[in-house]
Structure formats: C-alpha cells, structure tokens
Design a protein around this ligand. Structure first.
Ligand SMILES: NC(=O)c1ccc[n+]([C@@H]2O[C@H](COP(=O)([O-])OP(=O)(O)OC[C@H]3O[C@@H](n4cnc5c(N)ncnc54)[C@H](OP(=O)(O)O)[C@@H]3O)[C@@H](O)[C@H]2O)c1
Length: 256
C-alpha cells in the first residue's frame, strides 16, 4: 500500500517504522529535515506536505496546535484515500471540513512500537464499510478497540496517556524496593514480573480484580496491612482524579 505520513515525531516515526517492516511504500513529510534523515533510501521524504503524492492512506501525526495549518495545505486528489488522524482533540467533523475522503480517528499509545499497543478507533459514519481495511492495516500495532467518537477524551486519558502513568508507578515501586535494600535490577525484575503475572492472571481468570485481590489477602497478614495503608492514603481517589484531570485536558483540547 502507498502510505503517507505527515509528522514523523514520536508517534509518526513508530507508525512509519512498523509500516516499513510490513512492506508498505512510504511517503513522509516533516517540518524539519533532521527527523527525515533516517528514512533516506527507505522512503520518499518531503519538507513540504503539499509535495506528498497520491497515496492510499494518509496519516496525520502532528501536535494539535499544528493540525489546522497542515490540513489547510493538503488537498487529496484520490477520493478513495483513507485519512487517519492521531491528533488529540481533532474531531472527524473538523477534518472533514478540509478533506473530502474517508476519515478515521485513532488514539494509539506508545507500546505500538513493539506491536503491544492499544488503539482506540472511530470511523466516520460514511466509511464504516472500510473498517476491515483499517483493522488489517493497524493490527500489527496491537489491539484495536472501537469506540464512539464522543468517548475519545476518555480513551486518551486511560490508554493514550496511560503508559506514562504506569511508568511513574513502576519507578516509584522500584524506588521503594531500593529503599529496602534491593538492587535496581532486582527490584525492577520483581516489579515487572509481578505486574506482568498479575495482568496475565486477570486475563486468564476473567474475574473482577477485587476477587483476585481478596485471594491474596489473609487475616492479619502483610497484604491487608498494605491495603489498609493504600486506602488510608487514598490511592484509588488519586488514580481516579489523575484520569479525570487528564480527561478534562483532552476535552479542553477538543474544544479549543
Ligand atoms: N506521544 C504519544 O504517546 C501520543 C499518543 C496518542 C496520540 N498522540 C497524538 O499524536 C500526535 C503526534 O504526537 P507526537 O508525540 O508524535 O508529537 P511530536 O513528537 O511533536 O511529533 C509531531 C511531528 O509533527 C511535525 N510537524 C509539525 N508541523 C508539521 C508540518 N507543517 N509539516 C510536517 N510535519 C510537521 C513535527 O516536526 P518538527 O519536530 O520538525 O517541528 C514533529 O516531528 C499529537 O497530536 C498527539 O496528541 C500522541
């Protein structure tokens, strides 16, 4: 497939790298030349978005504040082109006021770089019959979760920004292990395997997390002491507020 990507920053370059591995023909545009250099000989590269030729799929991967100026400058001449936007807060309606083609909005997260991401996806009403095509193109990136476009700010806060929160939590747990005398390597291994194992158990058992938590908690034991401390410090409230504050920012971005 001939695929164009506008903006090869964090997300655009991850998408470009995986699509190249999957044998697609790439046409990449970026504002400054530095980020295009690594694609010399692998893809066609352009400083000017207007130079991107006719493609089957065009990804828009620029920051929200740059999106409108880019959209003003592209005029796809292929009516069958699929336009896929990763831009936080940019709605399908806004995009359709600039381009006449099938539009899909996605919210990926950073683990797409190893094919383990989760991508929130919403197709414009008139292109629902192209869902399978979109799913086939994006499946090497991870799991796809279709949501109503009105829920995109929620997806942004939970899974789009989510990896950053998970990394902060892991860092704190590793520090706690180090405070108790474990080496960084040992603490990291213990934490990562604990998280991976817990996730896999939860998936395998398909139980509510509270049920599994209960199994680990014995009367007057160590775990209930830790749970009591977590509840006293309001961990649940902290996490819920974190997601809600992130959600509010995603809504704000959409409204501006
Ligand atoms: N990072 C994430 O985890 C994540 C997750 C989900 C969604 N998103 C969304 O995806 C979008 C991209 O995020 P990002 O983290 O990849 O941002 P980024 O690293 O800043 O990448 C944006 C790229 O767009 C380029 N650009 C800006 N204006 C351009 C123009 N007129 N023509 C061509 N290229 C242009 C920038 O080039 P220069 O740097 O050379 O100026 C930059 O390389 C954002 O809207 C973000 O909200 C990000």
């Amino acid at each position: 497939m001939r695929v164009g990507i506008i903006g090869v920053g964090n997300i655009g370059s991850i998408i470009a790298d995986l699509l190249l591995k999957n044998g697609h023909e790439l046409y990449l545009s970026n504002r400054h030349v530095e980020k295009l250099r690594k694609y010399e000989g692998l893809a066609e590269t352009y400083l000017d978005v207007e130079k991107i030729p006719n493609v089957d799929v065009l990804f828009l991967c620029v920051k929200p504040q740059d999106a409108h100026s880019v959209l003003k400058r592209i005029s796809p001449s292929n009516p069958k082109m699929l336009f896929i936007s990763t831009v936080t807060g940019l709605t399908i309606d806004e995009i359709s006021s600039y381009v006449e083609c099938d539009i899909v909005r996605i919210m990926p997260n950073i683990p797409i770089s190893i094919g383990k991401g989760v991508i929130g996806i919403s197709c414009a009403k008139n292109c629902s019959e192209r869902k399978d095509e979109v799913k086939e193109l994006l499946s090497p990136f991870g799991k796809l979760v279709e949501v109503d476009e009105s829920l995109f700010p929620a997806v942004t806060s939970l899974s789009g920004s989510g990896p950053a929160f998970v990394f902060v939590i892991i860092e704190a747990l590793v520090d706690a292990g180090m405070k108790l005398g474990l080496s960084y390597e040992t603490a990291m291994k213990l934490i990562l395997e604990t998280i991976k194992g817990s996730v896999e158990l939860l998936e395998a058992e398909t139980k509510h997390p509270g049920e599994l938590r209960h199994i680990v908690t014995s009367p007057a034991g160590t775990t209930i002491e830790g749970i009591y401390s977590l509840e006293q410090q309001g961990l649940r409230g902290i996490l819920m507020k974190t997601i809600f504050d992130t959600y509010k920012r995603a809504v704000e971005l959409q409204e501006n």
